[in-house]
Design a protein. Structure first.
Length: 209
């Protein structure tokens, strides 16, 4: 196929259409092998206990040019990992998470406070133990670049926030002096799915042939 010369008017239309398409939100899938929400909880004022969840799924919708986006994270509560099998089993039981009735925790929020194309916070809500409460997470770091192996767009972030677990019906240990505040940290990586590369680039190449 012979290559056609672009007249100025058509070149302007092509440039405008590529710019608009570039601002189209992209939907990324969380990488479960690099996404491990973790938490910090008080132990009677004596020490700070830490744990994580080993199975997480979700999506990130991001439009860096427009400065907007959203996050949806589902955490498998059965995958809780304190590093102690007995404590893990207790946390899954009826005295705490009751995962038979409430198997997942869900966090959904909007990406806000964009600076230089990067969000600085997530304003959303946490659903846990059948209760939904507002929760804003501060984004400490955010970065996007091509994935070195998959050759697709790849983003990573570390976000942190604090909530009162008693508000979710999780007051175990309160009578023993446990602080009810829990720090939640969501460190996540997300990759653009295969076949979802920027369509504007492909269309632009076709239009110049």
């Amino acid at each position: 196929m012979t290559r056609k010369l672009l007249n100025p008017a058509f070149a302007f239309v092509l440039l405008f259409s590529c710019g608009a398409a570039g601002a189209t939100p992209k939907t990324y899938e969380l990488d479960p092998s690099h996404t491990y929400p973790s938490f910090e909880a008080d132990h009677m004022g004596m020490s700070l206990w830490r744990g994580k969840f080993n199975h997480t799924t979700g999506t990130v919708i991001l439009d860096r040019e427009e400065g907007k986006g959203s996050v949806a994270v589902e955490i498998d509560l059965d995958s809780i990992d304190y590093g102690q099998d007995d404590l893990n089993a207790w946390a899954r039981g009826k005295e705490f998470f009751d995962t038979a009735s409430h198997p997942k925790a869900v966090y959904r929020g909007e990406l806000k406070g964009f600076k230089d194309g990067k969000p600085t916070e997530i304003v959303g809500a946490l659903t846990l133990h059948g209760v939904t409460r507002p929760l804003t997470l501060k984004i400490n770091s955010f970065k996007c670049q091509p994935h070195p192996m998959f050759k697709r767009d790849w983003c990573g972030a570390d976000a942190i926030g604090t909530f009162n677990r008693e508000e979710f019906g999780l007051s175990a240990g309160k009578d023993w002096g446990f602080d009810m505040n829990v720090t939640l940290r969501i460190q996540a990586e997300a990759v653009l799915p295969a076949g979802k590369e920027d369509a504007a680039a492909t269309d632009a190449k076709k239009s110049t042939k």
